[in-house]
Ligand binder design. Structure first.
Ligand code: SAM
Length: 222
C-alpha cells in the first residue's frame, strides 16, 4: 500500500495553474504529487532533489499539454516512468483513455499502485517496450517526455498510431534542431506536418515546449 505522508509545497501561482488545469480533480493531483514525493523517491522513480519542484517542473509542465489533445482521445504514453505525462493527463482529463507503456517492472508496479489508489478508471498500464506494443495499441495520440531524441522517438511513437493521429512529445530548447535531424525519418514513417508549440504560457512561469507530429499514413487507411 502507498501511504502519502509529506505535504509538498505549492506556490500561489502554481496552485492557480493547478486549479485551472485539474479543476475538481485537484485533490487527485495533490495525492499523485504526494506519491511522487514519498514512494516515488523511495523507489527511485524520481530524484529526491526534484521534490521541491514536483509541481512546477514535472506535474504542471506535463499536465498543460492536455490543451492540445482532442476530447475523448485514446492516448498512449511511451516511457511513462513515474507517470509523466501519462498520469497527469489521466487526472486532468477523465474523458481521455490512457495507456501507459513502460518496460521496467518496478516502475510498472508503482504506476499500477498509484492508479489503483487514485481510482483512475481511464488508465491501463502495460509492461512492454514501445516497439513490442505495435499492433496491440492503436492510439489517437502518442505522448512522450525524456525518452529519446526525436529521430529515435519517431520510430517508437508513430507506429503506435492507427494510421492517423498525432505525436505530442515534450521537448526542451533544442526542439527545432531535433526536428531538423529527424525530418527524413518522420516523413518516411508518415509524418505530414511537424511543428513546435509552446503551451501553458498563460499559466506557467516556464511554458512547456512540445513537438507535434501530425501523421497520416494513407496506405494504412481501411
Ligand atoms: C528518463 S525516463 C522518463 C520518464 C518520464 N517520461 C519522465 O518524463 O519523467 C525514460 C523512460 O522511458 C522508458 N523507456 C526506455 N526505452 C523505452 C522503450 N523502447 N519503450 C518504452 N519505454 C521506454 C524507461 O524505462 C524510462 O522509464
Amino acid at each position: 500500500m502507498l501511504n502519502p505522508i509529506t505535504m509538498v509545497d505549492i506556490t500561489a501561482a502554481e496552485l492557480h495553474a493547478a486549479e485551472k488545469i485539474f479543476g475538481d480533480r485537484l485533490e487527485l493531483a495533490k495525492r499523485y504529487v504526494e506519491h511522487l514525493a514519498t514512494s516515488g523517491t523511495e523507489r527511485g522513480l524520481i530524484g529526491p532533489r526534484e521534490v521541491p519542484r514536483l509541481w512546477s517542473r514535472h506535474v504542471l509542465n506535463c499536465a498543460v499539454i492536455e490543451s492540445v489533445i482532442a476530447h475523448g482521445s485514446h492516448v498512449a504514453d511511451v516511457g511513462s516512468g513515474a507517470g509523466l505525462p501519462g498520469l497527469c493527463l489521466a487526472i486532468a482529463r477523465p474523458d481521455l483513455e490512457l495507456t501507459l507503456i513502460e518496460p521496467l517492472e518496478r516502475r510498472v508496479i508503482w504506476l499500477q499502485e498509484v492508479v489503483d489508489d487514485l481510482g483512475l478508471d481511464n488508465v491501463t498500464v502495460m509492461r512492454t517496450r514501445a516497439e513490442l506494443a505495435v499492433g496491440n495499441v492503436e492510439a489517437d495520440v502518442v505522448t512522450a517526455r525524456a525518452v529519446s531524441a526525436l529521430t529515435n522517438l519517431a520510430g517508437l511513437t508513430i507506429p503506435l498510431l492507427g494510421g492517423h493521429g498525432e505525436v505530442v512529445a515534450i521537448k526542451g530548447r533544442s526542439a527545432g534542431e531535433e526536428i531538423d535531424k529527424a525530418a527524413k525519418t518522420i516523413r518516411k514513417l508518415g509524418g505530414e506536418d511537424t511543428s513546435v508549440l509552446t503551451v501553458g504560457d498563460n499559466l506557467l512561469e516556464e511554458p512547456t515546449t512540445v513537438v507535434r507530429i501530425v501523421v497520416n499514413k494513407s496506405q494504412k487507411k481501411s
